[in-house]
Ligand binder design. Structure first.
Ligand SMILES: [Zn+2]
Length: 292
């Protein structure tokens, strides 16, 4: 109908007016076509760079998948196999304080409760026994405590491992900055043995001592930042699983242990899961462990 009215108006207009309208129409078509081509090219470029990022990440972390895909699959699995609905899950995360961890890859969009933040710099569980038990007391009755242990590392297609572009910035920055800084200090032998961490930089100095304890393994590695990041998730898991839990009313205790791989803004973040474990606290059974 609108088209018919426009056609009628066009036929009844003066020749000059018709010329103007034809020119206008042609201009609109040309501009639309240019925009469409440009968008298509941009989509193709993005697809190619995303492919490149995915291949590069999987060379180092085989089986890594976009974080959101993993979250969807995990929650689907917990519901369909173990009948655990999202609203009965409280998430605790032992991940770094870096804002990037809540920018692209959060569990929050998936409507689980939380997160209760266990982690500080690097992803070590700085809240300790008190924090872990506080989290446990907050889990819905007969619900699930989901503990995600995941230090992070950046991958930028321009700048490589250990760096990412952040939105609103023109230069890449280090990721994880805390871990990278400690590594750099370890490599120049700047970490003091048995130094008590000081209040002004407590968390970073705890990571320094962890690096020093594993100095040979880190410095002899051909990918020292990746080796160091893996040591951090092992240490975080060791600390958390050694913390005794007070009696609580939840049914499942779930651990997901791995590494978060942050990327540039145009790519999704990834997760590499080393292993996962589910414990049924009522029947005291370990239901399933998924190794990578
Ligand atoms: Zn970090």
């Amino acid at each position: 109908m609108i088209l018919a009215i426009r056609l009628f108006t066009f036929v009844r207009s003066s020749p000059d007016m018709r010329k103007m309208r034809v020119r206008f129409l042609v201009s609109v078509l040309v501009i639309s076509s240019l925009i469409s081509c440009s968008l298509k090219k941009q989509q193709e470029d993005n697809h190619q760079t995303s492919q490149h990022t995915c291949v590069s990440i999987r060379e180092i972390f085989p089986g890594a998948i976009p974080f959101n895909d993993y979250t969807d699959s995990l929650l689907f699995f917990l519901y369909t196999v173990h009948n655990i609905p999202k609203d009965k899950i409280l998430l605790a995360q032992s991940t770094c304080s870096d804002d990037i961890l809540n920018t692209k890859n959060s569990f929050i969009n998936h409507k689980v409760k939380g997160p209760f933040i266990l982690g500080g710099l690097g992803g070590l569980p700085f809240t300790g026994l008190t924090g872990y038990n506080a989290f446990a007391q907050h889990v819905p009755d007969r619900g699930a405590a989901l503990v995600f242990i995941g230090p992070h590392i950046g991958y930028s297609k321009q700048a490589g491992w250990g760096r990412i572009m952040r939105e609103g910035q023109l230069e890449s920055t280090s990721c994880c900055g805390a871990t990278s800084h400690v590594l750099e200090k370890l490599q120049r032998h700047g970490i003091l043995t048995n130094k008590q961490p000081e209040e002004k930089d407590y968390q970073e100095e705890v990571i320094e001592q962890l690096a020093l304890k594993n100095k040979d393994e880190i410095l002899n590695s051909d990918k020292p930042l990746i080796t160091f990041t893996k040591l951090i998730y092992k240490e975080a898991e060791r600390q958390i699983t050694n913390m005794p839990l007070r009696k609580s009313n939840f049914k499942f205790l779930i651990f997901v242990v791995g590494i978060v791989i942050n990327t540039d803004p145009t790519d999704p973040d990834y997760i590499w899961v080393d292993h996962m474990a589910i414990y049924d606290l009522e029947s005291e059974r370990e239901l399933r462990i998924m190794e990578k």
